[in-house]
Write a protein that binds this ligand. Structure first.
Ligand SMILES: N[C@@H](CCC(=O)N[C@@H](CS)C(=O)NCC(=O)O)C(=O)O
Length: 217
């Protein structure tokens, strides 16, 4: 039995998408980010920081989306979604798996700045501008890396499941002009049948606006 602990539009989408790419059977248990249930002993037994996702698999639970994605890809070597240990492209793969989380942390900050933090007066324009700049730096790096590549490693890999999750958020905080390679990459992600199945099963984006301007306060 594989059970994914999930919140729509959250990092559990990475795992859900990879489960679909691998053609595995799974159950979804959906939680809320706002009702306090992630702080419950039941959930913290699976994910000690009270964060989504957690995956029940092989008689235990695993937390941290990157760890889960790496574990699943390695558990199914025949799918070819992770370069084997010792192969040259393994370092590239690990870099992009972890880069995705660096970028997701900035996106998470921007979600707080623009959407979640209450009261609104508690939001900081300076921090919002700083995080928007920091996001732009990661997007420029990604844009340059995708030049001449369809996927992060050239061929599709589990690193794309890690980074592909971020795509829904990126252009809500930084305008898409100047990022044609990222826009084309996003179209390739959305055209994958497994991605479409994951979105259908897991619920769509949490964003109510296409773009969030940085207000001058
Ligand atoms: N590095 C962790 C981050 C997990 C994380 O922050 N998840 C968010 C949802 S995308 C969450 O559970 N937030 C609840 C909270 O911060 O209380 C991972 O990749 O799994």
């Amino acid at each position: 039995m594989i059970r994914l602990h999930h919140v729509p539009g959250s990092r559990s989408m990475r795992v859900l998408w990879l489960l679909e790419e691998l053609g595995l059977e799974y159950e979804l248990k959906t939680w809320s980010l706002t009702d306090g249930s992630l702080r419950s002993p039941e959930f913290r037994a699976m994910s000690p920081a009270g964060r989504i996702p957690a995956l029940e698999i092989d008689g235990r639970s695993i937390f941290e989306s990157g760890a889960i994605v790496e574990y699943l890809a390695e558990r199914h070597p025949g799918a070819g979604l992770a370069p084997p240990v010792g192969e040259a492209s393994r370092a590239d793969y690990l870099e992009w798996v972890h880069f995705a989380e660096t970028q997701a942390n900035i996106l998470q900050n921007l979600n707080f700045h623009h959407i979640f933090l209450r009261p609104v007066e508690a939001r900081s324009v300076a921090m919002t501008k700083l995080d928007t700049k920091r996001l732009e730096v990661t997007m420029k790096a990604l844009e340059a890396h995708l030049e001449g590549r369809d996927w992060l490693l050239g061929v599709f890999s589990a690193a794309d499941c890690m980074l592909g999750f971020n795509l829904d958020a990126m252009f809500r905080f930084v305008r898409s002009e100047g990022f044609p390679n990222i826009a084309a990459y996003r179209a390739r992600v959305e055209a994958r049948p497994a991605y479409a199945r994951a979105v259908a099963a897991g619920g769509a984006s949490m964003y109510a606006q296409d773009f969030y301007e940085v207000s001058d306060g």
